[in-house]
Design a protein around this ligand. Structure first.
Ligand code: ADP
Ligand code: MG
Length: 292
């Protein structure tokens, strides 16, 4: 079973002024992993290091026990990567873009022809093959980028915010699609949108300011905040107080009252509260909303 070990990775920028990753360690085996953290957490930095597009200051990445630096070309041949920022060759047709990427990845003509045809079908873009990328919708662009990452049949697939900028319908389509292609691959998806990974990830990796907070199944993670999610009814006039003093994960207007959902270690004492079932979104708030 393929195994990717990320060991003690530290990365600083600006001569140490910014610590983008701080002694980050995790081991990945086949399945979908959700890398979850707010903007600036270090997700892209980690992905750039895992894909050997950036050098770390400390630590190493091993694929099946061998350093990826040593494996070099052999590693690249099992790797598929969709970077976050991508110049999208707007004047290329999708077909030309995929042929170009296939050449970069060293596929021969016969392999490229077969692979491109089957991938166009997989990402449901066969009809758009001869259209220019510049005219694609956000969802079509993302699917085109995922298709290029799959050209070499990668065993490791790294997707940096594959659903950024998509509307809910497109997000769902991409999510289901990732789930389908994930079989027997190591798939790492970064996002700051909980629902992108909540139901398809076998494990969630929480990254905060370059540090691993925890990684576990969604169920185990939300169990960490059992009894910390409460709902209570408040007066309209109290809303500001609650927003200033609690993590409010949801609020619902109910005639002249408001029902608030709070994620807290110290539930309000002068209100009648009910304990709610925690979700990954509640946990996200608990971890990333500080000082409450
Ligand atoms: P994320 O992908 O989670 O949004 P990044 O890995 O892009 O996070 O960034 C992590 C931190 O490193 C941020 O503080 C960001 O500003 C900083 N950073 C990222 N790339 C560079 C760079 N090339 N030069 C300087 N700082 C950078
Ligand atoms: Mg990023």
């Amino acid at each position: 079973m393929p195994k990717l070990e990320v060991k003690g990775i530290t990365k600083v920028y600006k001569k140490g002024a910014i610590k983008a990753l701080d002694d980050f360690t995790v081991t990945l085996t086949p399945g979908v992993y959700g890398l979850l953290g707010p903007n600036g957490a270090g997700k892209s930095t980690l992905m750039n290091i895992i894909t050997d597009n950036l050098n770390s200051d400390k630590g190493e990445v091993l694929y099946d026990g061998e350093s990826i630096k040593k494996l070099c070309k052999d590693y690249r041949s099992v790797l598929g990567y969709m970077p976050q920022q991508q110049g999208l060759y707007d004047d290329f047709t999708l077909n030309r873009f995929l042929w170009y990427m296939a050449a970069l990845k060293g596929l021969n003509k016969k392999e490229a022809k077969e692979k491109i045809a089957s991938l166009l079908d997989t990402v449901n873009l066969t009809n758009a093959a001869h259209k220019k990328l510049g005219g694609f919708s956000g969802g079509m662009k993302q699917r085109a980028l995922i298709a290029q990452a799959l050209l070499n049949d990668p065993k490791i697939l790294i997707l940096d915010e594959p659903t950024a900028g998509l509307d809910p319908k497109e997000r769902i389509r991409i999510r289901n699609f990732i789930s389908e292609i994930a079989e027997d691959k190591i798939v790492l998806i970064s996002t700051h949108v909980v629902s992108d990974i909540e139901f398809i990830a076998k494990e969630i990796i929480l990254l905060k300011q370059g540090k691993l907070v925890s990684h576990d199944t969604c169920q185990n993670l939300v169990n960490e905040i059992a009894n910390k999610v409460v709902e209570t009814e408040i007066e309209k006039e109290e809303l500001k107080y609650f927003q200033d003093n609690y993590r409010v994960s949801n609020l619902c207007h109910n005639d002249d009252k408001i029902v608030v959902r709070l994620v807290t270690d110290n539930p309000p004492e002068n209100h009648k509260i009910t304990i709610a079932n925690p979700t990954l979104e509640d946990l996200y708030l608990y971890i990333f909303e500080q000082g409450m």
